[in-house]
Design a protein around this ligand. Sequence first.
Ligand code: ADP
Ligand code: MG
Length: 257
Amino acid sequence: MSKVIAVFNQKGGVGKTTTNVNLSACLAKKGKKILVIDVDPQGNTTSGFGIDKNNVEVSVYDSLVDGVSLKEAVIDLNTENLFLVPSNVELAGAEIELTGRDERELILKKLVNEIKEDYDFIFIDCPPSLGLLTINSLVAADSVIIPIQCEYYALEGVSQLMDTIRLVKKSLNPTLEIEGVVLSMFDGRTNLSIQVVEEVKKFFKGKVYTTIIPRNVRLAEAPSYGVPIIDYDSKCKGAQAYMELADEFLEYLEDVI
Ligand code: ADP
Ligand code: MG
């Protein structure tokens, strides 16, 4: 059985891409076959895996706009079990190009369904907006991982985020679930971070992962080397946290089944 997970929060800079790249890479190290689809025109997931986003031959844009199968867009990242459908700058125009299409919210879902069974998990990195690319991602997904940054405005925008998930559930994807909430960029030295954790746990009840991702400079450095944190510095706190998150993610799935 395979599962499609969108990493979603319409706020930018909360740790979506960092979570997507590193959770995927950790799960691949644990033997799960993973496909990551970069649906953000910024292409940070693509470059985070060391792929030059200005130089990709076939991208998710070609699939969404021209119907090229995702199979043709997949790049083998030469790391066991890890594959990527890259983004590139063209994707920024896709929202407009798709506006007039029939069933435009279902395009990614149909494409993903063709390849879904080839992987254990498919992770979709959403752009920081509530536009058509995000809606396509939420419609294609079985569940959502929501990264939340441990900062003062952590819960700002969360009601809008939940409204969007409810709307998608109601109209286009009734079985969409919240997989889990990941607290990121936690700074244990500040009361603020500790308060935010409490608030977020209260809001999302049992949905928050016990593993909290610390603020760790190695996590911010790794993308400039084009590798996930475990291949950059496997011993740092950030790498350990994402490995633990991968374990917790898998345990939680087993609990549910
Ligand atoms: P998003 O995809 O939600 O916009 P990113 O994952 O790109 O957010 O993170 C925003 C910035 O913060 C990036 O520069 C990233 O390297 C950095 N960052 C993310 N998580 C951490 C962390 N736990 N510790 C330190 N820096 C982080
Ligand atoms: Mg991002």
